[in-house]
Design a protein around this ligand. Structure first.
Ligand SMILES: *Cc1c(COP(=O)(O)O)cnc(C)c1O
Length: 413
């Protein structure tokens, strides 16, 4: 048996529709049926104790889980992940949860958890020798992509709804990205980017690099379990935008069990969404039905305003299978949740964090958590992102490829 573990245990990419296994090439959908593909690992080859030691002796970043990630650590990037899991007794007392923890992921380099998926996407972009990173974003992804590109000497194009928080736009622009504000919803921005991803050989983190990007989200659960002494939390409360973080939380649970790094059986995954855009929570609450798109999201939690979540139905299935539940919470409760988290635990979160706190409180009132059960809240974004003045920006455009090309000809040249 091997006494050290080097590199990834990646076996290939499995299609979720037709189940064909393909090698890691440039395709980002299944070559047979165009279905979504996901990494598959040779977990049986990993000796549990050797793996655990390799992780514990690894870097203080998400790359400590390298055997369970599809790509190797990029050379010049900064450390992402290994954020603190804080005991939160005062918040717990305020919202009626006896064993409460806060996973404070607002402390990443660009102040949101999006630095995790971007670290994986960047590593893959460098393997493919791409010179440009791009994304469709509700705000935080734009900052994470812009920062990673700056850090590694790449060009960045980030596309956001024109209504995105000014501080987040200013941050992405300050990192030197071309920030393209699109007059429309996130879903319209997304469609524009899907077309550009076909036309440009850019590293589009949430399209052409998505199978890698999504894997970064697993590491939040890996870390939470390791920080609990290799125990799964009994409950995790996950803010949902596209559903990548929620579905990969379930993947991470399955991989920790398959490698026997943990032997707990229970880990219920709960969805947190704002009432103004709650397609996943509403589907769960209505008896685990199919997700229905929300056409015009209106909420203070703009980072979660995705009306047509790519992993929406997947999220509902995962929540059901794990014995989880969901809540959708009002903007007033979201802001109260932020204030409560800040004043009881000293963690200043953006509204997505307030959505999670308010959801935890609503679920506690329903009796979802036992007294001896651990509950982990994912706090995914920092409130300090809102304070920069913006450098000069290009024009806001319609969600139209030709208008983008004519308005941004100089940046494209
Ligand atoms: C993007 C984001 C999420 C949700 O992530 P998805 O993987 O898109 O569901 C949660 N919180 C914050 C702060 C985010 O920026």
């Amino acid at each position: 048996m091997a006494t050290t573990i080097r590199g990834t245990a990646l076996r290939g990419f499995r299609c979720r529709s037709c189940h064909v296994l393909s090698p890691a090439d440039e395709r980002y959908v299944c070559g047979e049926c165009y279905g979504p593909i996901e990494p598959e690992y040779d977990l049986a080859s990993l000796d549990t104790e050797t793996l655990r030691l390799a992780i514990e002796r690894g870097p203080r970043s998400l790359w400590r889980y390298a055997p369970l990630l599809p790509v190797a650590e990029p050379k010049s990037h900064y450390a992402v992940g290994w954020t603190p899991l804080l005991e939160a007794p005062r918040l717990g007392e305020a919202i009626g949860i006896s064993r409460l923890f806060v996973k404070d992921d607002s402390r990443n380099p660009s102040l949101s958890f999006k630095d995790r998926p971007v670290a994986l996407a960047l590593a893959r972009a460098q393997e493919l020798e791409l010179d440009t990173l791009a994304c469709a974003s509700t705000g935080n992804l734009a900052g994470a992509v812009a920062a990673a590109a700056a850090r590694n000497g790449l060009r960045a194009f980030v596309f956001v709804p024109a209504t995105t928080d000014e501080g987040k736009i200013a941050g992405a622009a300050a990192y030197g990205a071309t920030v393209v504000r699109v007059r429309g919803t996130y879903d319209q921005v997304n469609r524009l980017c899907a077309r550009l991803a076909d036309e440009e050989r850019w590293g589009f983190v949430n399209f052409t690099l998505r199978p890698y990007y999504a894997e970064g989200s697993k590491t939040l659960l890996f870390e939470s379990a390791e920080q609990l002494g290799w125990r799964l939390p009994d409950h995790v409360i996950v803010p949902v935008g596209s559903g990548a973080l929620l579905t990969r939380t379930a993947t991470a649970v399955a991989q920790l069990r398959a490698t026997r790094l943990v032997d707990d059986t229970r880990c219920s995954i709960h969805a947190a969404q704002p009432a103004g855009c709650a397609p996943v929570s509403d589907a769960v609450i209505d008896g685990y039905r199919d997700v229905r798109p929300v056409r015009d999201p209106v909420t203070v939690a703009r980072s979660l305003a995705i009306g047509t979540p790519a992993d929406g139905d997947g999220s509902v299935a995962v929540i059901r299978a794990s014995g989880g539940s969901a809540a959708s919470v009002s903007d007033a409760d979201v802001l109260e949740g932020c204030a409560l988290l800040a004043s009881t635990e000293g963690v200043l979160a953006e509204p997505a964090g307030g959505v999670v706190v308010a959801t935890a409180r609503a679920l506690a009132r329903r009796g979802a958590f036992g007294d001896d059960e651990t509950v982990v809240l994912y706090i995914t974004g920092n409130a300090y992102k809102g304070t920069l003045d913006s450098p000069p920006l290009g024009p806001a455009i319609a969600a139209d490829v030709d208008e983008f090309r004519s308005s941004y000809a100089e940046a494209l040249a």
